[in-house]
Design a protein around this ligand. Structure first.
Ligand code: AMP
Length: 491
């Protein structure tokens, strides 16, 4: 079905043609005609499906008639992160270039002054993160009583980030008579409940189940001792044909530590996490997008939904706590018909997370091993409550606690950095996992070639003092229990 059959106006069609899209994506085919009819939408789709254009294109047409009044925006789009908000505003600029719509981006980390000035002039489209939106409302800079179209994007991520109370508050400030478009990659019960509360007789639009990683992404899993992880990563980076890569860590402070470590080893690398000032985040992202930085160490929040053209690799330096995040992370590559590679480095302590991912994606991630590294084994008992006498840290997740890995406690003899070589010869005899895809040459020994006696805590000592917000990295265990994904049918 061509774009012109969706009911969009000629200016929007011309802008779409200028971008070079020939066919609407499935979510666009389904959602655009419904949005133009004024229906509420419950969209189950993740980034990479063309979801953003599925609401921006018809919104531009809807907003084309009418004028904005001072401080009374006519539409509101809530995004969980500043990067996503910025990306949506770029979409409006691209697709709205033949219209005269005014737009304001309300995101944290940027000056209130400029944002307020724009609001004073009147805006058609307001794109905001929930916190900043509430701040500006409380300062009396905004009235939401003229909102005609309201979009909640990435609702499940909003839930993860604790934004739901803010969103409920914002919704209570909106007029009852409005059109609401609600998008989420997954539909856990809490999200359903919100959708039921916010939407009126919505049309449900579902594409590509969140549990299926992009088919063009080849995946591989390496199991390594915690203290070997950086060396494993460097070996992969040196011997893979890495054009550009996102490297995911679970914690903000580990983003900073790994970034520093890679920089010390001569890699062209940047870092992105939620606590960085907005101007540095924007600069880093721009540098990565136009190739001045090849590697970007990042957290999930910062990288959520980033649309980087032609990303060759994704590395999970930590296994994500939520299995859905695995799908999101590796989905940053293998986009727009290109192939991509996703490597996950897991420690035995992360066995439970790997199990959750394989259940979600309904297949095993192929295991590979590297020369010169003893492949560690997944540990089926990891994460289970331990009996008395096995240590005071029972039930904790060592990967998040920064504690000494259990494997290291059992080990004696040579320093961890030397273990690989010693154990490598044993691998075959011990029936360790086979090399599935490729054998990578060992990182050269010597300066930078081998970590110093590598205990995790050693490198933690040069960790910068990164501010921690709210619970910070020390989330109580019950909050980290993976949510059971809903079954979602493919359209
Ligand atoms: P999104 O799911 O909104 O993050 O979009 C993912 C990517 O798909 C972006 O790079 C868009 O520019 C691109 N895209 C959106 N719609 C189309 C389309 N109809 N044809 C080709 N690419 C598209």
């Amino acid at each position: 079905m061509p774009f012109k059959e969706l009911g969009l106006g000629p200016e929007v069609l011309r802008a779409v043609e200028d971008v070079g899209y020939t066919q609407p994506t499935p979510i666009q085919q389904q959602a655009i005609p419904l949005v133009l009819q004024g229906r509420d939408i419950l969209g189950c789709a993740q980034t990479g499906t063309g979801k953003t254009a599925s609401f921006t294109l018809p919104m531009i047409d809807i907003l084309a008639s009418g004028r904005a009044r001072a401080r009374m925006p006519r539409s509101l789009i809530l995004e969980p992160t500043r990067e996503l908000a910025a990306q949506v505003s770029e979409n409006f600029e691209t697709y709205g270039k033949y219209h005269k719509l005014t737009m304001a981006l309300l995101i944290g980390g940027e000056s209130f002054g400029d944002q307020v000035k724009k609001l004073d002039r009147g805006v058609d489209v307001l794109i905001a993160t929930p916190g900043r939106m509430i701040d500006l409302f409380e300062r009396g800079n905004i009235l939401l009583s003229d909102i005609k179209v309201f979009v909640i994007d990435e609702a499940d991520r909003m839930l993860d980030m604790g934004f739901i109370p803010d969103i409920e508050r914002i919704v209570s400030l909106l007029p009852r008579l409005r059109q609401t478009l609600f998008f989420s990659a997954t539909m856990p019960p809490e999200i359903r409940r919100l959708a039921d509360a916010f939407l009126v007789n919505p049309k449900e639009v579902t594409v590509s189940p969140p549990a299926s990683p992009a088919t063009l992404v080849s995946q591989a899993l390496l199991v390594a001792a915690n203290e070997d992880k950086r060396r494993v990563l460097r070996q992969l980076l040196r011997h893979e044909d890495v054009k550009n890569a996102l490297i995911f860590c679970n914690r903000k402070r580990d983003v900073a530590v790994l970034h520093k470590s890679l920089e010390r080893h001569g890699f062209n690398v940047g870092a992105l996490h939620g606590d960085m000032p907005q101007n540095r985040r924007t600069e880093t992202l721009d540098a990565f997008k136009d190739g001045r930085i090849a590697l970007l160490v990042c957290s999930d929040v910062a990288a959520r939904g980033l649309d980087i053209q032609g990303l060759s690799h994704v590395f999970n330096f930590d296994v994500p706590i939520n299995p859905e995040d695995y799908v999101h992370r590796i989905g940053r590559t293998g986009r727009a018909g290109r192939t991509g590679l996703a490597y996950t480095i897991a420690t035995p302590e992360e066995t439970r997370q790997i199990g959750a991912i394989t259940r979600l994606i309904k297949r095993e991630i192929p295991r590979i091993t590297l020369d010169n590294f003893a492949a560690a084994e997944l540990d089926e008992d990891a994460g289970k409550p331990r009996r008395a006498g096995r240590g005071r840290d029972s039930g904790k997740d060592p990967s998040r606690e920064g504690s000494k890995p259990r494997g290291a406690e059992r080990r004696s003899g040579p320093a961890a950095g030397e273990r690989g070589r010693e154990d490598a010869g044993e691998r075959g005899r011990r029936g360790q996992p086979e090399r599935v895809d490729r054998v990578l040459a060992a990182e050269p020994a010597g300066r930078g070639g081998r970590d110093r006696p590598s205990r995790r805590n050693r490198d933690d000592s040069d960790e910068p003092d990164v501010p921690v917000v709210g619970f910070g990295d020390d989330l109580p265990a019950f909050l980290r229990m993976p949510a059971r994904p809903n079954r979602i049918t493919e359209a």
